[in-house]
Design a protein around this ligand. Structure first.
Ligand code: BG6
Length: 287
């Protein structure tokens, strides 16, 4: 018998959230953005970083956890960065046990005003929290005639003990677009990417598992992907942290974003009637 529990609560800023408690872990998911803000295995450190300065307000992005980014990634002239999906409350369509004895929540982005400028599409997000955190994002073009230009990303913020003793592994040999150098394409030659300044890179055509090695907490986080070709690695470091109003000045020390999705070179153009799905499994083990 599973002892999983799902409860509906009022979260920060009065925003509604769903709390999931299973025999192995606890997770919080805000309806705004279908945003996982917390996942923690019992007796372990939280997997996800959340900024203490995050805003919790309808229509404003949450800083930390797993922002769901679509239908575009990054800045866009006259529009909010990273699309509009993270700015709206999603509907919870289904909540129940998952085959792994975790809990499975299925969310859907309702029809929001910004969609009027887009070919008609349906976005669904499945959160399966148990031993690991499994996330799946599915977008279907339901427009009769127009293709859907689409970028998707799960902009995952991981909690680490000390960024100076953290490495990202699994990207050697890939090419990345360097956001700090006008998106110039460069080869990744390092087996282990370490952090001693701002890093903001989109690795393209990267389907394999990426790992975050956190020596301070003695933990290895793994990001296993299916259907996702892009991996974004981001840490704002000192100056950008200071410029971000919803991020503490010293918080860059305790986080790293390793984001999965299909962006930039890996963006899709979905023909009418077709879906694009990708999934990630976020897991961890002792170093
Ligand atoms: C990353 C981008 O994915 O998201 C960065 O590569 C950006 O350039 C970061 O600063 C955070 O974006 P936002 O819109 O949540 O502040």
């Amino acid at each position: 018998m599973s002892d999983a529990k799902i409860s509906f609560r009022t979260g920060q800023g009065g925003l509604p959230l769903v709390r999931v408690e299973t025999g192995e872990s606890t997770a919080d998911i805000y309806l705004q953005g279908a945003h996982v803000t917390h996942f923690q295995r019992h007796g372990e450190k939280p997997l996800l970083f959340m900024s203490r300065a995050s805003v919790f307000e309808a229509g404003k992005p949450i800083r930390g956890g797993v922002p769901v980014i679509l239908p575009w990634f990054g800045p866009r002239e006259g529009k909010p960065p990273h699309g509009f999906a993270r700015l709206h409350a999603w509907q919870l369509l289904e909540a129940g046990l998952s085959p792994t004895q975790g809990t499975r929540l299925r969310f859907r982005l309702p029809n929001v005003p910004e969609m009027q400028e887009w070919p008609r599409f349906v976005a669904e997000f499945i959160v399966d929290a148990g031993h690991a955190l499994d996330l799946e994002l599915k977008v279907t073009n339901v427009d009769d005639t127009r293709p859907l230009p689409l970028e998707t990303c799960l902009h995952t913020y991981f909690a680490v003990g000390d960024i100076a003793r953290t490495e990202v592994r699994g990207l050697r040999g890939a090419r990345y677009l360097d956001n700090l150098d006008g998106l110039r394409e460069k080869p990744e030659t390092a087996e282990a990417i370490s952090f001693s300044g701002e890093v903001d890179r989109v690795y393209v055509h990267t389907a394999d598992t990426v790992e975050v090695v956190d020596r301070a907490w003695g933990r290895v986080i793994s990001v296993a992907k299916a259907g996702s070709l892009s991996t974004v690695v981001w840490n704002p470091w000192i100056a950008k942290a200071q410029r971000m109003p919803d991020f503490g000045d010293d918080e860059y020390l305790r986080m790293v974003c390793v984001e999965s999705g299909n962006v930039k070179t890996n963006a899709a153009s979905l023909p009418p009637g077709q879906s694009a799905t990708f999934a990630v499994t976020l897991d961890s083990r002792e170093l």
